[in-house]
Design a protein around this ligand. Structure first.
Ligand code: PEP
Length: 258
């Protein structure tokens, strides 16, 4: 983390978990446990049907609500899809874009780029996910792959918009597997992502972009990961479904930095 230049962001990705009633119950518990420190931004990205319950429950807090996906089109014949203006109207401030689980369902780099443009156009903060597979890591092409994903995702994004984007480095082999990247592995890629952004937008912009790590981050390993200079927070799946664990991760991000 480097709070001098950028925000620390702790974001939950609930994936396809919790009903609206369970969402309400979760936030009743979470609000009782939530740390009072104000050092990090807290975001919860929830299934679309849970957005109203999350927005209602978090109305008086500083926790931002996000969606897990969006459609790049403004409106029309896209059965089952949700446009960015609908998310904004429902109370969302964030949207996850390009999660590897959605890429595995067929989402392309071009789709990711179009969704980022749509989100930024609606004033939603995109949490843009990139990450390599185990095969790519073992083949030694992690840096090339992530560089390509970042360049494709940010194509055509104007310099004044880039400050709104949050990037999440999520090695696919670490998501939901219990296998966390070591702090060194995660830092190396997050630092490399910042270098790519620096080459695209300049040093001052790159210094201000929050880059999160995601992949089996939990209440036990969060502090060590967040101590890395280029890891500005976490995108958390499994551990964000249990209020106590999520709160402990927020507390790890709330530690004063020496
Ligand atoms: C995720 O879904 O983005 C994620 C990182 O999941 P988990 O924390 O469960 O690995």
């Amino acid at each position: 983390m480097n709070r001098k230049y950028r925000k620390t962001v702790i974001a939950a990705n609930w994936k396809m978990n919790k009903t609206p009633s369970e969402t309400k119950a979760f936030f009743t518990e979470f609000k009782n446990q939530m740390p009072k420190g104000r050092w990090c931004d807290i975001v919860v990205c929830v299934p679309a049907v849970d957005i109203p319950a999350a927005v209602r429950a978090l109305r008086d807090t500083r926790v931002g609500v996000g969606a897990e996906n969006c459609n790049a089109n403004a409106s029309g014949a896209y059965t089952g899809e949700i446009a960015v203006n609908m998310l904004v109207d429902a109370g969302c401030k964030y949207v996850i874009i390009g999660h590897s689980e959605r890429r595995a369902m067929g989402e392309t780099d071009a789709d990711v780029n179009a969704k980022i443009h749509a989100a930024l156009g609606a004033n939603l903060i995109p949490i843009v996910c990139v990450g390599e597979s185990l095969e790519q890591r073992e083949a030694g092409i992690t840096d090339e792959w992530i560089t390509m994903q970042i360049k494709a995702a940010l194509a055509g994004v104007a310099v004044e918009k880039i400050k709104k984007i949050v990037v999440a480095y999520e090695p696919i082999w670490a998501i939901g597997t219990g296998k966390t990247a070591t702090p060194d592995q995660a830092e190396q890629v997050c630092q490399m992502i910042r270098t790519v952004i620096r080459k695209m937008y300049g040093a001052a912009i790159a210094r201000g972009v929050s880059i999160l790590y995601g992949g089996s981050m939990n209440e036990k390993n969060a502090e060590e990961l967040l101590a890395q200079p280029d890891i500005d927070g976490g995108l958390i799946g499994g551990a964000s479904l249990v209020s106590e664990k999520f709160v402990k991760i927020i507390e790890a991000a709330n530690q004063p930095i020496a």
